[in-house]
Design a binder for this molecule. Structure first.
Ligand code: ADP
Length: 525
């Protein structure tokens, strides 16, 4: 087919060419339709198609997905021409933040969520206050999990379903893998361009390299921080300037990452602090990255002093989970009060820095730069995993917690990226920041209303390689731009970092310059 005409026949013929009708015995994948769904929508689901996976281009592995078309409506087509066929959904759901209420009455309106791990109160409360019910079958819209998601969950997704992790995100969130990926970028793209992580060694694998490097700088009395490679909340961390302490660990059979300790952190009231920055990826192809305007600054609870590294953890570690047990910990009970307690909002911190004539704008520009570069370092791994396992471009989104330490020269250092940043509500400030962030995240990712679930068309298609004519390709490109612009309109507290008018600066860091990234880069230039 050269180009679709104006009639429904042309559209069906186009679909038949690109998608494979599902036979009766394969209809177990037919989606169950919410009870509240309009009867006429039910009538429409009478032809099911499978969508090809263009990555492996293997007919046997086509992911079966439902696309509705009503053949009986050929006389009176709802879709009149190709331009309406191209219009992406404009009425995605908007979410209001969780109020913290404990007795919520939910009417069954047809939206369901499912947890892949133990339920998280904030996620559950927020979704329920916005009309979602917990799913007892497979007809869920949103899947939330603090753990990695099994590949069978990905492969069976329908286009309207959203899961909260991209496959292979652990390439960025496991301490050892993050360091490996950024080190690779340093080697390939110049150390200076990726000099935002403390120099790190993965032990025991890199023990001899570590000892060699230590030998060169030992007269400067370097301080190291040692962390179990797959741990969190400050567990198992120790700080030392004695090489023997690290060698002793070698015998424990555990894998450790050893980093240079940033011993001159920026201090406020003589306390060390770090930043929790919320970052979202809403789409991997094209890549779209957002940072949340607010976040948290977490303070240590004892005055900083780098002279003796054998001091207690309340001096050197800024984790909330560590410092909440300190007698000096001060809970912030009033989220409207700034600069109070051991946890501040990021906005309050920025205001404080500004008031103290510290160039906070430069700090945050550098943080945004390191976020984009860190994500680019794993883009290829995630992209390829999605091509293998995830049926639709629209299925995955991710929320990450970037932990950043700013030193006294105002240089931000990336300490780690959290796969599943804490959504615990331990103080009213948590409810305010995390509640608004999450409501804005669910709005941003674009949850399709019930009555549009099976009327999306081009959004089902993975990339323009499905299109064999120039005209189809141009239509698909227009669609991607529109999808991207509409997402931006839903971004609320999320600031889009990529794409932007600066995208071209990052092109050289990608393993491969994907056509859709190039499209948006040129569009925003
Ligand atoms: P975890 O995942 O166990 O929380 P992190 O890497 O976040 O481990 O480290 C815990 C805390 O240790 C950080 O919040 C920070 O205060 C401190 N820290 C970590 N790495 C460094 C470093 N290289 N230099 C100085 N402080 C660090």
């Amino acid at each position: 087919m050269n180009s679709p005409g104006d009639s429904i026949d042309d559209i069906i013929s186009l679909l038949n060419k690109h998608y494979h009708p599902i036979t009766q015995q394969n209809q177990r994948h037919k989606p169950s339709i919410g009870s509240a769904m309009l009867p006429q929508i039910k009538q429409q689901i009478n032809v099911l198609y499978a969508i090809p996976n263009t990555y492996n281009n293997n007919q046997d592995k086509y992911k079966r997905k439902a696309v509705s078309l009503n053949r009986q409506q050929q006389q009176k087509p709802q879709i009149k021409d190709t331009s309406s066929f191209l219009i992406p959904m404009t009425r995605c759901l908007t979410f209001k933040p969780y109020s913290g209420s404990t007795d919520i009455i939910i009417n069954d309106v047809g939206y369901y969520y499912k947890f892949g791990s133990s339920p998280i109160k904030l996620v559950k409360g927020l979704l329920e206050e916005n009309g979602f019910k917990e799913s007892n079958d497979k007809n869920w819209t949103l899947y939330w999990s603090s753990c990695a998601i099994k590949s069978e969950v990905y492969t069976n997704l329908f286009a309207y379903q959203k899961v909260c992790h991209f496959p292979k995100s652990y390439e960025m969130t496991r301490k050892d893998l993050m360091h490996r990926n950024i080190s690779k970028m340093q080697i390939n793209n110049g150390f200076i361009n990726f000099n935002f992580i403390p120099k790190t060694y993965i032990l025991p694998t890199e023990m001899s390299y570590f000892l060699e490097e230590h030998e060169k700088i030992k007269n400067n009395n370097p301080i190291y921080i040692c962390k179990p490679h797959a741990s969190s909340q400050g567990k198992g961390i120790f700080i030392t300037d004695k090489i023997q302490d690290i060698l002793n660990k070698q015998n424990s059979n555990n894998s450790y990452v050893v980093s240079h300790y940033i011993d001159k952190p920026l201090l406020i009231n003589n306390l060390k602090f770090d930043l929790r920055i919320y970052v979202a990826i809403s789409c991997i192809n094209p890549l779209r990255i957002y940072v949340y305007q607010d976040g948290l600054a977490r303070f240590a609870t004892e005055a900083y002093n780098s002279d003796s590294v054998k001091q207690n953890r309340f001096v050197h570690l800024t984790n909330y989970s560590v410092n909440k047990d300190s007698p000096n910990f001060v809970a912030n009970q009033d989220p409207t009060l700034d600069y109070v307690g051991s946890k501040w909002s990021l906005l309050a911190l920025r205001e404080y820095l500004k008031l103290n004539k510290i160039n906070e704008q430069q700090i945050f520009e550098r943080i945004e730069d390191l976020i984009i570069k860190t994500i680019i370092s794993v883009e290829s791994a995630i992209f390829q995993a999605c091509e293998m396992n995830v049926p639709f471009r629209s299925n995955c989104f991710s929320l990450f917690g970037f932990d950043v330490l700013v030193d006294s020269f105002l240089k931000p250092w990336l300490l780690e990226v959290n796969f599943s940043p804490s959504l615990n509500i331990d103080a009213p400030l948590d409810l305010k920041i995390k509640g608004e962030m999450l409501a804005d995240l669910f709005t941003l990712i674009g949850i399709v209303p019930l009555d549009q679930r099976f009327s999306q068309d081009l959004s089902y298609v993975r990339n323009q390689s499905n299109y064999d004519s120039k005209k189809h390709q141009q239509e698909f490109e227009k669609y991607i731009i529109k999808e991207t612009e509409e997402e931006l309109k839903r971004s609320r507290g999320w600031k889009r970092l990529y794409p932007s008018d600066q995208s071209y600066r990052y092109t050289k860091y990608f393993e491969s310059d994907r056509p859709l990234n190039a499209l948006l880069r040129n569009y925003y230039k």
